[in-house]
Design a protein around this ligand. Sequence first.
Ligand code: GLN
Length: 546
Amino acid sequence: MAKYIFITGGVVSSVGKGIAVASIGAILKSRHITVSVQKLDPYLNVDPGTMSPYQHGEVFVTQDGAETDLDLGNYERFIDVNLTAESNVTSGQIYSAVIAKERRGEFLGGTIQVVPHVTTEIKEQFRKLADKSQADVVIIEVGGTVGDIEGQPFLEAIRQMRKDVGRENVLYVHVTLLPYLSSTQELKTKPTQHSVNELRRTGIQPDIIICRSDLPMLEETRDKISLFCDVEREAVIPLPTVDTIYEVPTLLEEEGLGRLVVEKLGLKDIKGDLSQWQELATRIKEPLEPINIALVGKYVELQDAYFSVREALCHAALYHNRSLNLLWVRSEDLEEDGSDALLRSAQGIIIPGGFGVRGIEGMVTAARYARKNEIPYLGLCLGMHVMVIEFARHIVGTNEPNSTEFDESTAYPVIDLLPEQKAIKDKGGTMRLGNYPCQLVDGSRAAKAYDESLVQERHRHRFEFNNEFRDLLQKGGMIYSGLSPDGRLVELCELANHPWMVSCQFHPEFNSRPVRPHPLFRDFMGVAKEILREGAQPSLPLPPNH
Ligand code: GLN
């Protein structure tokens, strides 16, 4: 039977609870303990797919096509597992399931209540993941912070689990923040005490408290938390802010978290090997020569909207022994200021996914700039649409070609709705989602990158390359370097007369891992590193006697 670790958050959100969860997963995995992870999101949306990236950040897509919280991306990258739809549960899903059961008459005669009906449905989801994954330990993160109205049913459900599966099989970890007060120069513990009190009000006493702080924690602070929150001294784990998230597994292990978890859950304590994380963190912190990559997008004010893209770029840069210098370019600014000022130092341009017409013309400007100046370009989903639109405009010699997503009456609908999307009216969960196969075309840059003939990649889109324009663009120099196995859908395209301008209909960023960068990102970065732009010249060695 699986053991459960429940992680709650206190004081404020965004302290890196997801990274702590992912790191605990990595620590257990390093001890040969199998883990699976689940994120509980207290909002009423069925999934985050219908939310604006400004509200929610990136939507992470699992192989089986679930639109999920971006924390799942961190779980996958840290634990190196491919998760499934069961790993993200929202209040919206829980309530829809309970109401559907009520309508089917499964509770005939009963009054449907939060306790027990909603909490039972929540616990059902814990067991479902435990059964499906067959993991030794299931780590479950409760989204939000303790005290949120929306989170109450989840807290009640995790409280009940201790009784359901036995005290020895359940561990409660609370992640809090110790704010720093500059006037007295100390980390304050009171918010943590309040937060633990709030948790206790729901009947949960944490076994371990992870304390986030911007400065190192003093021993007396640890004593205080131990005393006031009633946890053992060594179960107060400091987690100061670090330079890179990949340092966190090593840091938590050094503080004894791994040993504590296996001890408390009665698991076999095999010495963990976290050297790969240590090496990774050391390399990231080395002063490597930077590569300037411009990310041209419409949600750049909220960098979390491109979380996996940024990580994938970072993995690829590291592979080439370089650091990533990401230039965030608001696509709308390219419409106003022209491209040269904003893209002058870019050694590579990436256009990630997105929806809606805002900022599209700025992205087209960026794609034109990349094509004309022979700057390496990687287009992801929307980035492919933009590359096709720009190239078609160049071939046709007018600005008419467009996607029907942005101009329904264009004379050149080079990107159009997928036929199977035409009749769909609902917006939630109805895109082409998850893994689909892609056959690579020999001799192409994409095939060279993958060094495989058939790959599976994750999708999330409604629009695609319009086959009516295949010949026209091919004659102009576009190569269709990846197709669906039936040849019907263009999955990858590139330009013949350009050093490296490659786009894909899918989202390769979701498959990149810290020590295994995605082949397309890797090769994009490999070409970009050779490009010399303003500010990117390596410093010359000083002459002798200088
Ligand atoms: N908006 C485009 C579509 O729906 C692209 C989506 C994306 O970039 N994920 O097809």
